[in-house]
Design a protein around this ligand. Structure first.
Ligand code: UDX
Length: 442
């Protein structure tokens, strides 16, 4: 099929590239000229394992191309994916200006029947708004062209995006037109080799809702476990054991019940807020969803509180080694990362930070921690430890999992570790003489 994908952010670039990999002819469109020029040369703006070679391969195969010219891209396409950003508005709702702007442009440039797919995470009712915008513009142009708007939310995880797209747990397609649903089924059929059961079709509004509910449910699991961790500390229990104890119940399961420094990223914080907001707009106070967010905000500072409890309110003269800045491993993304909040809190109290992250240091330096004086970026995890009062682990990158603890002890001023991701065996560390602080265990 001939596809155009509008917006070359995480979702757009991964979707476009994976569709091309399956043999479709894909044109990706973005207003950012610089980005498009780089993409044409196969240089991608984000760190995502496996994506760059796949982009390059498909450019060579002529299955993937990039342009800033939407009209040219639409000219050939029979399906157009809207994958532009939906930033959070000041009131917590999703800001639709880019999505609806693209809808208008589609209306201006389409020359043939088209399926328009909302791939961005958009509030319930957005597909209808997109349809109205396109209809309005077509009317102004005095042309009559058949088109259908589909909701096809994306569930990919950063760091594992290619795998998630190529071998999806499920694909949700919301459409109110049978023929359109059939076309979408054939687009996705190659991604399901054994059974099409996991291609789930439904009406548009339910599909839009599914994305928010999936993310809110996962965020709820995390906040729930973080709250349990805090209670465990108070009653003298070990959350790591409790986690295994409850996960063994197949109704609960082991995934997404790891306590830590709170969830971050581009999806959970934004989507939980937006769902809370949508409910409020319809006159419903979604208390549980509101609490998920409140617990997470508090959780982001738990590690900083532990540091203060150990070293005192005034941290001037103290230096801390921070291992990990990204909101999770395998990405350079720092959006809503706990590291931002923890480092800011420690610096505000006078501390100096020696930070190391395998991928996210540029993001920190140029954007998220740009204004902070007192943060040094180091070339290796061991360099970050030099003469520091303690090591603070915030992202569970593989290279932090099994460090040389002798080296750690030798570099640090004193053997103290604050672990915001519960990565190490506390018995072993305590035997080696470390003071070792975890989440959810004393
Ligand atoms: C998430 C969803 O998984 C994906 O389906 C959706 O499309 C977008 O949002 P992503 O933001 O890439 O993907 O990250 P994910 O791997 O889900 O992790 C989110 C956050 O939760 C991270 O900050 C992670 O550290 C945290 N987390 C995850 C926990 O604290 N505990 C857990 O048990 C699992």
């Amino acid at each position: 099929m001939r596809l155009t994908v509008i917006g070359t952010g995480y979702v757009g670039l991964v979707s476009g590239t994976c569709f091309a990999e399956m043999g479709n002819t894909v044109t990706c469109v973005d207003v950012d000229k610089d980005k498009i020029e780089k993409l044409k040369k196969g240089v991608i703006p984000i760190y995502e394992p496996g994506l760059e070679p796949m982009v390059q391969r498909n450019i060579e195969n002529k299955t993937l191309s990039f342009t800033t010219d939407l009209s040219e891209a639409l000219h050939k396409a029979n399906i157009a994916f809207i994958a532009v950003g939906t930033p959070m508005g000041q009131d917590g709702s999703a800001d639709l200006k880019y999505v609806l702007g693209v809808a208008r442009e589609i209306g201006q440039h389409m020359q043939r029947p088209l399926i328009v797919v909302d791939k961005s995470t958009v509030p319930v009712g957005t597909a209808d708004k997109v349809r109205v915008e396109i209809e309005k513009v077509l009317k102004e142009r005095a042309v009559s062209l058949e088109f259908h708007v589909v909701s096809n939310p994306e569930f990919l995880k950063e760091g594992d995006a290619i795998n998630d797209f190529m071998k999806p747990d499920r694909v949700v397609v919301g459409s109110d037109d049978e023929q359109t649903t059939a076309t979408m089924r054939s687009l996705y059929a190659p991604f399901f080799r054994s059974s099409m059961d996991r291609l789930i079709t439904m009406d548009v509004r339910s599909a839009e809702m599914t994305k928010y509910v999936a993310n809110a449910m996962l965020a709820t699991k995390i906040s729930f476990m973080n709250e349990v961790a805090n209670i465990c500390e108070l009653v003298g229990a070990d959350v790591n054991k409790v986690r295994i104890g409850i996960g063994s119940d197949s109704r609960i399961g082991y995934s997404f019940i790891y306590p830590g420094s709170g969830y971050g990223g581009s999806c959970f914080p934004k989507d939980v807020k937006a769902l809370h907001r949508t409910a409020a707009e319809h006159g419903y106070q979604a208390d549980l969803i509101g609490a998920v967010e409140a617990v997470n905000d508090r959780q982001k500072l738990v590690v900083a509180k532990k540091v203060v409890r150990r070293f005192g309110e005034d941290l001037s003269g103290r230096t801390f080694a921070v291992w990990g800045l990204a909101f999770k491993p395998q990405t350079d993304d720092m959006r809503e990362a706990p590291a931002i909040y923890i480092i800011r809190e420690l610096v505000q109290r006078g501390a100096k930070i020696q930070a190391y992250d395998p991928k996210a240091m540029d993001e920190a330096r140029h954007y998220y921690l740009k204004d902070l004086i007192g943060v040094t970026y180091c070339n290796s995890k061991y360099e970050a430890l030099m003469n520091a009062d303690a090591m603070i682990l915030l992202t569970e990158w593989k290279e932090f999992r099994s460090p040389d603890f002798e080296e750690l002890r030798a570099q640090l001023k004193q053997p103290v570790i604050f672990d915001g991701r519960n990565q190490y065996n506390d018995q072993v560390l305590k035997k080696m003489g470390f003071e070792y602080f975890q989440i959810g265990k004393n």
